[in-house]
Ligand binder design. Structure first.
Ligand SMILES: [Zn+2]
Length: 269
């Protein structure tokens, strides 16, 4: 499932291709994508709009229009948002929506159909509840306030989307390993030094993953249809039984909230 770095990478690649382009037509082939709106209404709202920006809020891709309206795309499990020149001969299998632009086209493919397209009147409506972990407004004192009193384990806490947005299963394990914090610790029990390490590790892991175009296991592709390479640099995720990259102790897998957590019992005691 694409997490924050993969979404950020898609956003960066799209920005240079679709900003300042005009939408000529929007064709939604899977009506459930935009429910409760109808494909005809959707086309009417978008047709003729000039795209003024592409940004990311958590795992949402925000396509901003000149009239302040925002189209928010969530890739969920298997969504791919691909820009191509006209006349591309790529397969139309799993094509769920297509935006014909005055140059090229933007296609939304989704094998498992969990992705969503949402329409907002302005940007403030599209703001998620949690804080983006790469935002400058996330300081150690803000993090301290967010975790205060929480008895949830820190791994599950990182996955909540109402505190920090955009983290999923892969990067939560990676961040905790780099920070040297056990995934079993209660979030509210972290002291100031640990919170500072957690914040630093979060920024480092996410920035590196963005720099490597994200992590590709099965379905992730960026706006050019290319795959990420961060899977080659993973420290613990999906490495059960293999040596910890820091101390060589075998990496352990534990199930928390029905999701696998990978960690080193020595570095993260
Ligand atoms: Zn270790």
């Amino acid at each position: 499932m694409p997490e924050l770095p993969e979404v950020e990478h898609v956003v960066r690649a799209l920005r240079s291709r679709i900003v300042a382009r005009q939408i000529i037509a929007a064709e939604v082939r899977l009506p459930k994508l935009i429910a409760p709106h109808s494909p005809a209404l959707f086309n009417r709202k978008l047709k003729g709009s000039i795209i003024t920006g592409v940004s990311r809020r958590g795992k949402f891709i925000l396509i901003e229009m000149e009239n302040d309206r925002v189209l928010a795309v969530h890739l969920r499990m298997t969504g791919r948002l691909i820009w191509a020149r006209d006349g591309g001969r790529e397969s139309r299998a799993h094509l769920r929506a297509e935006f014909r632009l005055d140059r090229g086209k933007l296609s939304f493919f989704d094998t498992r159909r969990f992705g969503t397209l949402e329409w907002y009147r302005d940007r403030s409506e599209a703001e998620p509840a949690g804080i983006d972990p790469l935002s400058a407004s996330l300081s150690e004192s803000v993090l301290a306030r967010l975790v205060r009193g929480s008895r949830q384990n820190i791994k599950a806490w990182l996955l909540r989307q109402d505190r920090l947005v955009g983290l999923g299963n892969i990067y939560a394990s990676e961040i905790l390993h780099l920070a040297g914090i056990s995934p079993l610790r209660e979030a509210g029990s972290l002291d100031e030094r640990e919170r500072r390490r957690l914040l630093g590790a979060t920024r480092r892991v996410l920035s590196r993953a963005i720099g490597n175009s994200g992590t590709t296991f099965s379905d992730f592709q960026d706006a050019r249809g290319l795959e990420g390479s961060y899977q080659h640099y993973l420290r613990v995720y999906a490495r059960e039984g293999r040596p910890c990259r820091r101390c060589a102790e075998p990496v352990v897998r534990e199930v928390q909230q029905q999701r696998s957590t990978f960690y080193c019992p020595r570095c993260q005691s």
